[in-house]
Design a protein around this ligand. Sequence first.
Ligand code: RM4
Ligand code: MN
Ligand code: MN
Length: 437
Amino acid sequence: MDQIISPALDQDFIASENAALTAGVEEDYDALGRALDRRGIDIEAITRAVAAFAVAAPSWAVGSGGTRFARFPMGGEPRNIFDKLEDCAVVNRLAGATPTVSLHFPWDEVDDYKGLTEFAGALGLGFDVVNSNTFQDHPGNALHPLSYKYGSLSHTDPAVRAQAVAHNIHCAELAAKIGAPALTIWLGDGSNFPGQSNFTRAFERYIDSVTTVYAAVPGGFKLFLEHKMYEPAFYSTVIQDWGSSLLAAQAVGDNCLCLVDLGHHAPNVNIEMIVARLVHAGKLAGFHFNDSKYGDDDLDAGAIEPYRLFLVFNELVDAEYRKAPGFAPSYMLDQSHNVTDPIESLMTSAVEVQRAYAQALLVDRAALEGFQDANDPMMASQTLKRAFTTDVQPILAMARLRKDAAIDPVGAYRASGYRSAVTRIRPAKAGGSGGIV
Ligand code: RM4
Ligand code: MN
Ligand code: MN
C-alpha cells in the first residue's frame, strides 16, 4: 500500500496551524464564559460535553457521490476501504469529532478483518454500526446470485428473502469481527405502481425476515431499522416511515430499534417530534445526520435547516436530562457530496452536529418546563431561541484545540495539501454513471 505523505495527520503541522489562531480563541472563549456565567451556565461543563461528543463517519461518503443523472469523479478518490479509512482519519484528526467509521457491506468487505481493525487502530479509528446492502445487485459476488430488482427482505420469492437474510447475518458476523455494536438495515424494497405489491403481505414478509436475522445474531447485538419515505421505490416503500419502523421493531424484539435518517421524511414533517416519540417508546436507535430541502438530498448537516437540527438535539438533551430509560443513541453522518471535497464536507457536518448539541445544552430546562406548565408560549419559545442564537463557536474551537485537533479544520486541511497528495497516489477513476457512490 502506498504511504500517505501529507501533513494533515501530523501533530506538529496542526499545532503550527493553530498557533496563529489560539490567542483569538482564548479571548472569545473567556468572553463567552463570562456571558454564560451570568446565565448560570458553566462553560467548562459544556466544553467537556462537546469534547466527549462523537459522531461516526460513513465510509461511503469519502468518495464523490452521484445524482441520478451523473457522477463527476474528483482527484484522489479512495480505491478501497484502506484509502477510505485514511480519508476518515484526516476528518477525525482535524475536526476531532469522528473517532469511528461506519462500514457498508459488501462495499467494504476485505479478507482480513484483524488486519483491517489494526490498520484503523493505527490511524486512531475504531468502527461503529455496520450497514448491509440489498438495495442493489452485487455482480460476481457468490453470496448474491439472485437479483434484488423486486426487493430483498420482503421479496415474494423465499429464495431471494433467504439470500437477503443470509447477507444480514453475515454482516452481523463481520460486525463482531471488528467490534461494531449493531447493524443498520435499510433496504429499497417497495413498489412503483399501485397494485404492484400487497402492502400487508410485503410488511409481514419483511418482519418475518428481520425476525430470522434477529434470532441468528448474538444476544446484546442490536438491529437498527432505517425507514425512508421513497426512493428507489416511488409509490410505496415497505419501511417508509417511523410508524412502520416502530411496528416492525416492536414485533422483532427488544434489541431491534428505529434509526432516523434526517433526509428520509416528507418536507415539513416534524422530525424532532418523531425523535420524542421514539425516545418515549424506548426504541430510538440513533441517527444518520444530513440535511435536505426536498428529499434524501444528503447535504451537509445543518446546511439548510440548522434550527431543525438544534430542535432534534433539544429532544436528545431533554431525554438525557430526564434520564429516559435505556437512552443511548448512536450518531452517524450519512451524506453524499457531489460538488464539495467530501473531507471538507464531513468535517463541516461533524462540527455542525456538535454545534447543535452545544446549543441544546445551553437551554435552561428548568425555566422551559416552568413556561410550558404556565402556558407561556412566548417565553418558552424564547428560551429555545436564546440557546440557539448563542454563538458557541468559541466552545467548539476550544474543544478542538484541547484535543489537538484543528481550530479551523477546513483551513488546516487546505493548507495541508492532502487532496493533491492523494491525487498523485490514487489514479483517477473514469466513469460518469449515476448512483449514490
Ligand atoms: C440510503 C440510506 C442508507 C445508506 C444508503 C447508501 O439512502 O440512507 O442509510 O446506507 O443510502
Ligand atoms: Mn441513511
Ligand atoms: Mn439516505
